[in-house]
Design a binder for this molecule. Structure first.
Ligand SMILES: Cc1cc2nc3c(=O)[nH]c(=O)nc-3n(C[C@H](O)[C@H](O)[C@H](O)COP(=O)(O)O)c2cc1C
Length: 179
């Protein structure tokens, strides 16, 4: 039933139009349609550069709106590529805006790094999400190497192993949301 579905904010660390990470979010939305209402945050690129001076005073409207979306969500799904052995700047920038205001604290959060390899960005983001206290992040993470070969242009996961891992991740996310 509609009012029993959990509100999940999905954030893609890629700004590319035909992004694998966008397709992955679509695939997860389809696979979890009966339990999650996924709202994709489209404004990542429009967030201004993080400035601690504006964290509590003169906070930009786009940041206020982003924080409110996170606050009102039951959980967060992050899907991201890796760039130059690091976290995409737009994604790290968005997360930095939430450090002092603590929207991720105790928030069930899934991290999927879908890249060619992705291990450096994944490890770095895990460290960040742990320090800002995202709930159960250790159990809600998945690294998908060679991601482009595993998702179709229509947003279907085409590799059995990855499909199984995503289904199991959705289950663990749902359990965390219930606790
Ligand atoms: C500038 C740039 C740097 C990249 N550096 C890395 C890297 O260090 N490690 C990696 O695993 N993939 C790297 N990639 C590949 C992307 O992570 C990979 O193509 C990913 O699937 C892109 O995700 P998207 O389709 O959602 O945009 C890089 C891609 C670009 C454009």
């Amino acid at each position: 039933m509609e009012n029993q579905r959990k509100n999940i904010i999905a954030i893609s660390g890629s700004t590319r139009q035909n992004s694998t990470n966008h397709l992955l979010i679509k695939a997860i939305a389809d696979l979890s349609a009966d339990i999650f209402k996924l709202i994709v945050f489209e404004d990542l690129i429009a967030l201004p550069a993080f400035n601690p001076d504006e964290s509590f005073e003169n906070t930009p409207q786009k940041v206020i709106a982003f924080r409110a979306l996170l606050q009102n969500a039951d959980g967060v799904l992050i899907c991201t590529p890796e760039y130059a052995h690091g976290v995409p700047g737009v994604l790290k920038n968005a997360i930095d805006w939430t450090v002092s205001s603590a929207e991720f604290s105790s928030k069930p959060t899934v991290l999927i790094t879908a890249a060619t390899d992705g291990q450096y960005a994944h490890q770095s983001l895990m460290g960040t999400l742990k320090v800002i206290e995202a709930k159960n992040i250790e159990n809600l993470q998945l690294l998908i190497p060679y991601a482009k070969t595993k998702v179709s242009a229509e947003g279907r996961i085409t590799e059995e192993k990855t499909l199984g891992e995503i289904r199991a991740l959705i289950d663990r996310f749902n359990q965390t949301l219930k606790n």
